[in-house]
Design a binder for this molecule. Structure first.
Ligand SMILES: C[S@@+](CC[C@H](N)C(=O)[O-])C[C@H]1O[C@@H](n2cnc3c(N)ncnc32)[C@H](O)[C@@H]1O
Length: 306
């Protein structure tokens, strides 16, 4: 943590100025929660795959494209302050930081260590371990806030969403995405929901071991299936997160993504997909303006202004 980043932190309870002696800094990261929480599987996943989804690792522009197309923010934002909630390994932190805005990037799990390894040396990035329900920032202090792939993995997605707007300045931009809840008959075809009741209770290390062995074993067959029409759907049904044909990535990277995302389907403690109506209602209840809610990256994507 850079010394002058202390000014971005406040006491999460009383919102007054914080002194260095009032919170822990472990491995350069301010920590407001212990890592022993429901997001431990994410900590494991993002440290095992600290670089897998980084464009600077895969040689693609998958994360950059998603970040700018989903936020619709300009590529240059000097002087602005962005809050990222639920950063994982920090693959989007990299692109937020490229705008030259000050980026404050938070996660509940020890994924923050992976993010720090990639982005922590940048003077316009502050990485913090804290809980969406108790963030150590001043209300009304951010120009922009994004929260990708997180809300469905929190115990109360609607409550989590309602936490976010209060940190924005008036006129500030909020962008989220969340898994889509399909009709019951289609949800039944999503095999992860049959298996999760069992797998989410497994020790993450054991589950990761099983998942990587399974994906590695199935991979040659999955490549063959991928060539058939609907073969990619078949692979997903067989619990192999297959992005072949969707993203242009080398085979070894596709396999890494498959292990990462298969584990990501099976391990989270919470997985509560949402409908367009619910997300619209969230933005309405938060009195956001210029609201756009539609199907997009990762299910449903939504934008609004405070
Ligand atoms: C699926 S990952 C998404 C990571 C990243 N946004 C991405 O798309 O690559 C979900 C992240 O949300 C974080 N998360 C879950 N509950 C949280 C909470 N209560 N507060 C903050 N982050 C949370 C997890 O630790 C995890 O890193």
């Amino acid at each position: 943590m850079f010394k002058d980043h202390l000014k971005y932190l406040v006491c999460p309870k009383c919102r007054t100025k914080l002194f260095k002696s009032e919170f822990e800094i472990v491995r350069h990261i301010p920590r407001f929660v212990s890592s022993d929480n429901y997001a431990g599987g994410f900590g494991l996943e993002w440290n095992k795959h600290a670089r897998t989804q980084y464009d600077s690792y895969s040689g693609s522009n998958v994360s950059e494209k998603r970040f700018f197309e989903e936020t619709k923010w300009p590529k240059e934002l000097p002087g602005e302050i962005i809050l990222e909630v639920g950063s994982g390994s920090g693959r989007f932190t990299e692109h937020a930081a490229s705008t030259r805005a000050m980026v404050i990037s938070l996660d509940y799990s020890y994924a923050v260590d992976a993010n720090f390894a990639s982005n922590g040396a940048k003077s316009n990035v502050l990485i913090v371990q804290a809980d969406i329900y108790n963030m150590p920032f001043q209300y009304g202090s951010f120009d922009k806030l994004f929260c990708f792939g997180v809300l469905q993995h929190t115990p109360l997605p609607g409550k989590s969403f309602m936490e976010l707007p209060q940190y924005l300045k008036t006129g500030g931009s909020l962008v989220i995405d969340v898994y889509v809840k399909k009709h019951f008959s289609r949800q039944l075809l999503n095999s992860k929901y049959w298996i999760r009741p069992f797998t989410k209770r497994l020790n993450p290390e054991i589950l990761y071991d099983i998942t990587s062995k399974y994906v590695n074993f199935m991979w040659p067959l999955a490549r063959l299936f991928n060539k058939l029409s609907y073969g990619r759907n078949l692979n997903w049904f067989l619990m192999i997160a297959d992005y072949g044909g969707k993203f242009t990535l080398p085979d070894n990277i596709l396999r890494e993504w498959a292990i990462l995302d298969t584990f990501d389907m099976l391990s989270p403690a919470y997985d509560y997909p949402q409908t367009l109506e619910t997300v619209n209602q969230w933005f309405h209840d938060a009195h956001m303006t210029f609201v756009e809610v539609h199907y997009g990256y990762n299910g449903i994507e939504a934008r609004g202004r405070k």
